[in-house]
Design a protein around this ligand. Structure first.
Ligand SMILES: [Mn+2]
Length: 226
């Protein structure tokens, strides 16, 4: 069967323009270069959990894989850092760039759920994460990791990563360890809980109808130049 293509196009075009809202992709792209690191991050909030992670810090890649997979974030990260010294600068600067990419992807934060929480088990470990994409950086960090290292990864760097994310994304983040004795399990449960809490908080709330979820009407990160 043949139809009048011009007329069909007109009908589709009018319907598209008048009935469907224009939805911009919620993505953030950051390329951050310092004397210590060169970090590229692509973050897509409405993703499928596709990731490509090359930070040069294997355990951090493993944790970012949890963030992408359980947060359903599309996440591509490449970092070249001074890991011949140690992993400190690279770990922190990946956290900074992830936080900046998250802030970019959230934009004015219209229509988001805003709050998120999840409690994730991994065998004996149980970690609770509660967060608010408030624009106000705050971290309460309650992990007690029993060993100094997981593989070559210094477990002090877990807190440093979340400090960087919080300060650069404008997030209020509470991390509580409810149980756990194995360091790898504790940290991985933390990243899984963070991923699911972030997914909850950043999803669009259809009942918000695109409004900013704040009685003040504004949720942008204070002082952000992004
Ligand atoms: Mn693991």
């Amino acid at each position: 069967m043949e139809c009048d293509s011009a007329e069909t196009d007109d009908v589709i075009r009018v319907g598209t323009m008048t009935e469907l809202p224009l939805i911009e992709p919620r993505v953030g792209d950051i390329h951050r270069v310092t004397g210590e690191t060169d970090v590229r991050v692509h973050l897509g909030l409405d993703g499928t959990g596709a990731c490509d992670l090359h930070t040069g810090v294997p355990f951090l890649d493993h944790m970012l894989h949890q963030l992408s997979s359980h947060g359903l974030l599309d996440l591509n990260i490449t970092a070249k850092g001074d890991t011949h010294i140690d992993d400190h600068h690279t770990n922190e600067d990946v956290g900074i760039a992830v936080g900046q990419a998250l802030a970019l992807a959230l934009g004015n934060r219209r229509g988001i759920v805003r709050f998120g929480h999840f409690t994730a088990p991994l065998d004996e470990a149980l970690v609770q994460v509660v967060l608010d994409c408030s624009g106000r950086p705050h971290l309460s960090y309650g992990l007690q990791i029993p060993t100094q290292r997981i593989g070559r990864y210094d477990t002090e760097l877990v807190k440093e990563f979340f400090v960087a994310v919080v300060n650069n994304s404008g997030m209020t983040l509470h991390i509580r360890q409810l149980d756990g004795s194995n360091s790898h399990h504790i940290v991985e449960a933390c990243f899984k809980a963070f991923a699911r809490a972030l997914r909850m908080a950043t999803e669009m709330d259809p009942r918000r109808a695109g409004d900013v979820p704040s009685s003040k009407g504004v949720l942008e990160q204070a002082g952000s130049q992004l």
